[in-house]
Each structure stands twice: as C-alpha cells, then as structure tokens.
Design a protein around this ligand. Structure first.
Ligand SMILES: *Cc1c(COP(=O)(O)O)cnc(C)c1O
Length: 350
C-alpha cells in the first residue's frame, strides 16, 4: 500500500455495506432526567462479594446455574435456553446462522436492520398497518420473498403496542424459516403471558427476552427460548465466554430475590398509566396505547418540543424522522414523570 497516496484507502479496505451503514445511534446529549432509552429507573441493590469470585478463571461458558434458575421461571428446560451478551448479540448470532434476507415490519427496533446489513444478508422492511399491527400483505411477502429469518418485536419498540396474537401465530405457521418474537418489553404487557408457551408447539419459533428493560441494562444479558436442537445450532456460533463472570453472578443474585422485578414492574406500570392519563389530557397530543415501559405520542412541532425539553434538562426520544411528529418518552421515577409533564405542558401552551 503506497504510504503517501492522496486518497484514503478506506474504500478498498472496508466492504461497501459497512461504508454506507449508519451505526446504532445512542443519544450523546446529557440530561439530568433521562427518559430516552427505555431503561428502568430503578437499579437493584445487591451486595456482591468480589473477593469470593474467581476473577482469574473463565466464567461458566454454558451459564448453567442461570439457565437452571430461568428454566423454572419460564417453565421450560435449561436446554431450551441460550444466553447472550444482551439480546443484541443474540440477534447477531441468529442472522449469522440463518440465510437471508431478514424480514421485519417497520417502524421497529433498529438492530435487526443494522445487523442484517453488517452481515450482508439483505433486508426486507414491510410497513405496519394503521394500528401499528402486522399488515395483511405480510404473509404474501413471506411466500414470495422467502426470508431466512423474521423478527417481530411484541410489544413493539417504538410504537408500544403488541401485535395481535392470531397474526403472530399465522406468521409462525406460514413461514418456513425461524420466527423470533422479541419480548424485550413483555414484563410490562397488560394481560398476556407472551409466546414462551408456544415454543413447545412450534419448532421454528424462538422467543427473545432481555434484562435490559427491567433494571439490568448495565450487565448486558439476554436469552433465547425455544427448541433445543435449533438452539444447539445457534450455540455453535456463540463466542465461548460471551456472558462474563460478573454478569452471571449479579443476575443470579438479583434473580434469587424475585421481588425486585415484581416491585419495579408494578411501579413502572402504575406510572405509565398516570403518564398516559396526563398526556391524554393535553389537547394537542395524540397518545398511542402502551404495553411497554415507554409511551409514543404525536404532537405538533415535535422537533421544537423535543429541544425545549432538553433545555429543561429532560431528554426523551425524537422519532419524527421515523414516524412524523412523534416523540417517545420512557416511564421514569414518579418525580421525573411529573417534571416531564409539567415541562411539556409549559411548552405546549407557548
Ligand atoms: C432495547 C431492545 C433490545 C435490546 O436488548 P439488549 O438486551 O439490551 O441488547 C432488544 N429488542 C428490543 C425490541 C429492544 O427495544
């Protein structure tokens, strides 16, 4: 390679799919009240005895203790669970072991598309219908384009709703590929047990769960639940020690006192309902129903409102480039939610 060539050699060194890719954007803006990333406002208080951990040794590559505990919670076997360094990593494995293209309805979680592009699999994006549900042409697209894998985020991020159960089952039945139901927000859903029970019936169904939205985003831990033979194949693509020792131990500690999760879920849901009522009471706002720990709403001058909130030290998510005039607010602590509503009312009346 000539040392002084005028042009940077980037184009010859990096694949064009990567050069044209816009990576995952996480907000760099700092704010005291952070309601932009669907994190849980409560952190578990645990005491972990670091001295008792063998930091010089590799962690259990199979995370056996964790899987045993979770298999009881989810009424399945440890062999029906696969661990990931967050569900993002599992999405990476899933797309790498299946053929393309990657199919999903939009708007949805951006990582399906980003990882699909990184791995050069091709992507098919089908717009959701007016109710943000799986559209009627979805099955036709499956028949014609024969995707290698399908992702359904339910409850969906960023719209907040669950897709209709019959439609999801129909997609599972009529696809000849793996269908992933991403249940990152399922703990906050109103009255549904999610799709884990269906994994016993449908071999091509995998359910994805994460601890990121229920108070443990910092430790990076996610899981796939489904048929053991399929998980066994995906396991071949998994990097050996993907879930580190600290993560395994912290998760075990928190899971042993399940009350942490039960309490935070109750509090977040009750705050969500409060926020929902408050938003609905503001004239210029259309609020969408939510089964998650965030609320999507439509508002005139969304960009101005978003910036106005930042000036008041409140960060939410501006989605107006994805869904016109829409903003998404994560449910925070009681006092944060009150500060948000107060600031929002002030901005709307201007
Ligand atoms: C936040 C989110 C994830 C990411 O989960 P991690 O376990 O933090 O990687 C996955 N799916 C959806 C739909 C999400 O909103």
């Amino acid at each position: 390679m000539p040392e002084n060539s005028l042009e940077h050699p980037l184009k010859t060194l990096i694949r064009k799919e990567i050069l044209s890719l816009e990576g995952y954007r996480s907000e760099a803006i700092k704010a005291n009240i952070k309601l932009d990333a669907n994190e849980c406002p409560y952190s578990p208080s645990i005491t972990l005895n670091l001295r008792s951990l063998k930091l010089n040794r590799y962690p259990d590559p199979e995370a056996k203790d964790l899987k045993k505990l979770l298999s009881r919670m989810w009424d399945t076997g440890p062999e029906n669970i696969l661990q990931g360094n967050g569900s993002d990593e599992l999405i990476y494995y899933l797309i790498s072991v299946t053929g393309g293209p990657v199919l999903y309805p939009v708007p949805t979680f951006s990582m399906y598309g980003i990882i699909g592009r990184i791995l050069g699999k091709g992507i098919i994006e089908i717009p959701l219908d007016q109710n943000f549900d799986i559209p009627d042409n979805f099955i036709n697209v499956i028949r014609k384009q024969k995707p290698g894998i399908i992702f359904l985020s339910s409850p969906n991020n960023p719209t907040g709703n669950m897709f209709s159960e019959e439609k999801i089952v129909d997609v599972i039945k009529k696809s000849h590929c793996i269908v992933v139901v991403d249940e990152a927000y399922q703990p906050y859903a109103r009255n549904n047990n999610g799709f884990i029970p269906y994994t016993k019936k449908y071999k091509n169904l995998l359910v994805m769960r994460t601890f990121s939205k229920i108070g443990l985003a910092g430790i990076r831990l996610g899981f796939l639940i489904g048929d053991s033979r399929i998980l066994n194949e995906i396991n071949k693509a998994r990097l050996p020690y993907n879930v580190n020792l600290l993560t395994q131990n912290i998760a075990l500690e928190v899971l042993r006192k399940r009350s942490f999760f039960n309490n935070l879920i109750k509090r977040v849901i009750s705050e969500r309902e409060w926020l929902m009522k408050e938003l609905q009471s503001i004239n210029q706002i259309t609020v969408y129903p939510s089964d998650a720990n965030f609320i999507l709403f439509k508002i005139r001058n969304a960009g101005r409102i978003y910036k106005g909130l930042i000036k008041k030290d409140i960060l939410i998510k501006n989605l107006s480039n994805v869904i016109p005039d829409c903003l998404r607010v994560t449910v925070g602590r009681k006092e944060e939610n009150r500060a948000f509503i107060k600031a929002l009312k002030g901005l709307v009346s201007k």
